[in-house]
Write a protein that binds this ligand. Sequence first.
Ligand SMILES: CC(C)(COP(=O)(O)OP(=O)(O)OC[C@H]1O[C@@H](n2cnc3c(N)ncnc32)[C@H](O)[C@@H]1OP(=O)(O)O)[C@@H](O)C(=O)NCCC(=O)NCCS
Length: 287
Amino acid sequence: MSGPHSDDLDLSLRPATADDYAGFAALFPELGVDDPVPDEPRWRARFLPGTWVAARDGALVGYVFFEILAGVGYVRNVVVGPRARGLGIGRALMGVAAAAMRAAGCATWRLNVMPTNAPAIGLYRALGMERRHASAALVIPWDRVEALAGEAGVSTRAIAAAERAAIEARFELPRGQLDHLAAAASVRLVRLCPTDGDTPDTPDDLGLGFAAFDVDFPGCFPFRVARPTLARPLLEGLRPLARPEHTSVGVVAEGDEALVELLLAAGARIRFRFVHMVGDLPGASTT
Ligand SMILES: CC(C)(COP(=O)(O)OP(=O)(O)OC[C@H]1O[C@@H](n2cnc3c(N)ncnc32)[C@H](O)[C@@H]1OP(=O)(O)O)[C@@H](O)C(=O)NCCC(=O)NCCS
């Protein structure tokens, strides 16, 4: 399968293959987050299926990694090598992502970007995207969870497949996001529930809170709670699932500054802040 081709730039755009790992690993740090570069097995499992690359003279100069949920496209990374910027390659990569999303029936797309990343925000605005909410990626040592202001009477359980759509609706997530996460071997989907074991769950219980905990990373994204004080029982329910060698866990607080404050007060630190941008997918002219 070959992708669009720009004669002006002598650029070829094509789906990534397993041989592209080294090029990916060289470009990934340009994202400017302090995440370690995913190792090759993780890249093959999580990134490769949704990645397109841009190549010039046989060398990788950029990539876009995206996911297609039910009706919504999610751009996870877009990177152009420092020496190839300002030539339209970022726009071209977003174009192939948009085309794949449209072909899969998506009407809108979304992504996260650091508020200080003017080139990326410029690119996304040029494609019609707008800021939705501000978020923070934090990390909290497991032994600080007990310092969180919490509440009793709430515990955790695994999310059943039949509950996913209702949870997505309660937390205004794109339909299909939890199915997508559930397919990853390292992700545990856990929700809050009342501790009273005799009473069947009500639909409202599905809105208490939930996390998608990637035990390899290790971190939770999404991590959503109806009230900040529910973060403690949710984290306490996740801790037994954590690998023993991991002494802390990541938590992404989306559009929830009260949760950020509560986590900071207990000893969490902010790794970085970002904003969520959304937009209608541009028309056929992007490819
Ligand atoms: C963001 C990034 C992918 C843009 O790639 P690029 O190939 O340089 O962008 P393009 O040349 O295609 O530019 C497309 C549009 O983006 C905007 N843009 C690009 N660079 C910009 C800058 N320095 N300042 C403001 N807007 C900028 C412009 O609107 C531009 O359109 P124009 O050329 O018609 O004015 C690139 O800067 C990059 O890889 N940065 C590091 C990684 C990163 O931060 N990725 C985003 C993480 S969310």
